[in-house]
Design a protein around this ligand. Sequence first.
Ligand code: ATP
Ligand code: MG
Length: 446
Amino acid sequence: MRLSRYFLPVLKETPSEAQIVSHRLMLRAGMIKQASAGIYSWLPLGYKVLKRIEQIVHEEQIRAGHIPMLMPTLQSADLWRESGRYDDYGQEMLRIKDRHDRDMLYGPTNEELITDIFRSHVTSYKDLPLTLYHIQWKFRDEVRPRFGVMRGREFLMKDGYNFDIDKNAALHAYNRHLVSYLRSYERMGLQAIPMRADGGPIGGDYTHEFLVLAETGESEVFYDSEITDLKFGDRAVDYDDVAQCQAVLEEFTSRYARTDETHDEALFNEQVPEARRRSARGIEVGQIFYFGTKYSEAMGATVVTPDGSRVPVHMGSHGIGVSRLLGAIIEASHDDKGIIWPEGVTPFHCGIVNLKQGDAAADAACESLYKALTAKGLEPLYDDRTERAGAKFATMDLIGLPWRITVGPRGLEKGVVELTSRRTGESEEMSPEAAVDRLGQIYANV
Ligand code: ATP
Ligand code: MG
């Protein structure tokens, strides 16, 4: 993409309504624009990152054997009356009437709709296990929408639902989700720690929230510092291997890590040596939850077992806050000049800065770099505007592309361009071909 033809409405002034750094940077970098409280338009740069995050989530869910689909945003109230949640859900649910005076709602989540789909089509244990998911907009009329996309009213969520014959099978689905979530967050350059969460009125031990540690997080968390040393890395996992998935769960959840809702001070002191006790703040970027037969019983989602009896299926629901993740990544990765995108989610793979637009040699070198990078499957953002170098650097730093190639007449006389890392600020001179190769290698490993 050539910046002269792109739509990147960066702001010079820091918007006064934004209280936290990710919100400020998303507005300044021209990624989002508020449409109304807690509802945003995704401008091209923000939309690109959103799509990258969605893509990672899809790839990892499909790898785990989960099946993508799409359910609507608007739902009929009738299903929610069946489960009993139409009245329970409270004011967060946006209730709508259609022209025939029928009660509708903008889905805050999808347990009812998916259970209805399941019961209409699945009748036998032979069709299990089954996990369906979608990535779809949700609406929750939050009392205090704030922090930009972190606590929106309209937000994008991946929500998946497993259907299994019994509790053990459903717990394997739970473990698969845990593994796939660890992989997904790491690919986004994030450490998200599974923490024991509150099962709410349903209760039970089987729910974990994934928390990214950040001062601006809305949750208070307590954990054993050893947990931050755990890395999932690129280990191979067989998602059908029950023992292997269980081992990952044990590795990542055996140390003390809880949100304030389940925190037990006495247990914390007993289990964790003082030097390793930490309390901090965190951003919830996902949650997994096994809830058994709550919806299947209420809505009659049963299957016939091998011995011919009928049982309600065991279910769980598992969510990732796709749009919230943009905020969480920026909270975890920025400096005073702007955003620093991890390679896995960056909107463009690198920037090309032409120090002297209009100089024949510099223009030609930039064009040929652009072509070579594109031929490697990389997407550069070429700043081809006739701006001062300082302004071009400031824009690149603000929007946070992890790599920048700087091209100028003086370097070209020596046959070199400069490759700069946004994270370390370090620059290295090399031939344009070497810069293209280097970026090719870097992104081959992402
Ligand atoms: P919270 O406690 O933050 O209100 P939740 O526990 O109600 O979230 P879930 O139902 O678990 O949310 O939804 C799954 C994920 O969707 C959450 O882990 C979070 O990342 C994201 N999410 C929830 N509410 C919002 C929101 N208002 N804006 C953006 N993302 C959200
Ligand atoms: Mg949650």
